[in-house]
Design a binder for this molecule. Structure first.
Ligand code: DX5
Ligand code: ZN
Length: 216
């Protein structure tokens, strides 16, 4: 079953409540929330206070993607807000195993994101522990960039890694440049959660676009 996680980064920030309702009604499975700090990535979005403010306005599970240099500082805060996935970047943390355990101990699912230049093999020793591997198919920081095809091979590698670790419950998510065409090889490779920002929020009919990404 493929899940679609529209990225709030492409929403109208002056009207978040209606934008989130709109994609919920359009059939989204998760709300992908891009937290950027202006340090790890060259862009700054919003943090926990905004995420907390929108939490009561939708039933969608929150898929929080932290592009920040010190994600471990925010685990308790996001756990209190109520988020499904707390995903941090491998490149930001020396003690990945410890952070994964901390996230899970507070009732969230732990995701680890990999930049386009980071090899999947770096996660070998935590493959049994993760709830999500997030393969970036653009360099993080901005919506509306072009899909990097190398991500297809990395999804296959992530699937092998999880299989070899006997981890049957973790999901593989892909983020960046996903539309109704680039979704096809990514799903074939084994990804089951697809993030789509500009493709969904910029579509004339958001429900049709979500269905196309799911079913194409
Ligand atoms: C990029 C973000 C993505 C972004 C995707 O740093 O992590 O979630 O919003 O946007 P699109 O789908 O437009 O590439
Ligand atoms: Zn993202």
């Amino acid at each position: 079953m493929i899940k679609i996680a529209p990225s709030m980064l492409s929403a109208d920030f002056s009207n978040l409540r209606d934008e989130i309702k709109s994609i919920e009604l359009a059939g989204a499975d998760l709300l992908h929330i891009d937290v950027m700090d202006g340090h790890f990535v060259p862009n700054l979005t919003f943090g926990a206070p905004i995420v907390k403010a929108i939490r009561p306005h939708t039933n969608l599970p929150f898929d929080v993607h932290l592009m920040v240099t010190n994600p471990g500082d925010y685990v308790e805060e996001y756990a209190k807000i109520g988020v499904e996935y707390f995903t941090f970047h491998q490149e930001t943390v020396p003690h990945i195993h410890r952070l994964i355990q901390h996230i899970k101990s507070l009732g969230m699912k732990a995701g680890v994101a990999l930049n386009p230049s980071t090899p999947v093999s770096i996660l070998e020793d935590v493959a049994a522990d993760v709830d999500m591997i997030l393969i970036m198919s653009v360099n993080p920081g901005f919506g509306g960039q072009s899909f990097i095809p190398r991500a297809i091979e990395k999804v296959k590698q992530a699937k092998s890694l999880l299989d070899a670790a006997g981890n049957m419950t973790a999901v593989i998510e892909v983020d960046g440049g996903i539309n109704d065409i680039t979704c096809i090889p990514i799903k074939e490779a084994g990804a089951t959660v697809l993030v789509a920002g500009s493709a969904v929020f910029g579509a004339p009919n958001r429900a049709d676009m979500i269905e196309s990404i799911r079913n194409n």
